[in-house]
Design a protein around this ligand. Structure first.
Ligand SMILES: [Zn+2]
Length: 286
């Protein structure tokens, strides 16, 4: 009998990834391409078609992680980093192309679902996942379920305010975590890409991420965080140490004491496993 699995798609501002993930969360094959400036759908559908040709896995459905905002269930996506996608009918397009059920969620919400499925926080029921990269995103698992909120945006930790009267954020507010800790903001503040940040900048970024986590932890009654994204993973150990120090310093109320942070356990493949987890959790489980 043929192996069964999910088709997984991760749509980012700088790269597109597709792959086949087994029903137990193992990435069986994958491919990627740079996100072009224009004709993004053509590039994505070419990548998908070539990946489909390479696999003999029986696909039970497709899960997608995509930058927001989007309408509920990803029917219409307006990914901030893809200018030509405004109310883009992604779900219908993918259904037509793949001829299988398609399930779409925000990329950070996808990530945390993958990490509790088979990553660094496997089996945990109350945890926040963060992506610290070009922007800052988040998703919350509460009582074992992904939190959606009113229209699907729950977990947007990037817009928790961490600096009173801080920098202007792309959202229009001041002092949001994203306005201080995202790759784009770090570059604007220091004049250098985040990859060349000084130890002081890395420490300060970690401190602000920790500050936001303490607030979210108190509201959501959770004390576990997993962080992915090129900026966080690129900063590495000194960043995670700074986050943990801030958690130790500020998470004082009893139920969030011992709040711990760890890096994503699935590395580069984390977004694809997360995308598969979206399909798995939305009812496409066999
Ligand atoms: Zn903001």
């Amino acid at each position: 009998m043929a192996t069964r699995g999910y088709f997984a798609v991760d749509i980012g501002g700088t790269k597109l990834s597709v792959g086949v993930v087994s029903l137990s969360g193992e990435v069986l094959s994958h491919g990627r391409a740079t996100t072009p400036q224009t004709n993004v759908w053509d590039a994505l559908s070419d990548l998908i078609k070539s990946q489909l040709k390479l696999t003999d896995v029986e696909l039970v459905g497709c899960g997608v992680g995509c930058g927001g905002p989007m309408t509920r269930d990803g029917e219409l996506v307006s990914t901030l980093h893809i200018d030509e996608w405004r109310d883009f009918p992604l779900r219908a397009k993918l259904r037509d192309l793949l001829q299988m059920p398609v399930f779409i969620d925000n990329d950070a919400k996808a990530l945390v679902q993958g990490e509790v499925w088979c990553g660094a926080v496997a089996g945990q029921t109350d945890v926040i996942g963060m992506v610290v990269s070009t922007g800052v995103g988040g998703g919350i698992i509460s009582g074992g379920k992904i939190l959606d909120g009113r229209i699907g945006n729950a977990g947007h930790i990037g817009h928790v305010i961490v600096e009173p009267d801080g920098r202007l954020c792309a959202c229009g507010s001041h002092g949001c975590l994203e306005a201080h800790a995202s790759g784009r903001s770090i570059e604007a503040i220091t004049g250098k890409p985040a990859a060349q940040a000084s130890p002081e900048v890395i420490g300060n970024t970690g401190r602000l991420v920790g500050r936001a986590l303490v607030s979210v932890g108190a509201i959501m009654d959770l004390r576990s965080a997993v962080i992915a994204g090129s900026v966080a993973l690129g900063f590495g150990e000194p960043f995670f140490e700074a986050v943990q120090n801030e958690l130790d310093r500020s998470a004082k109320i009893e139920f969030i004491r011992d709040f711990t942070v760890c890096p994503a356990g699935l590395g580069q493949l984390s977004p694809l496993v997360g995308a598969a987890a979206v399909a798995r959790n939305l009812g496409c489980d066999s």
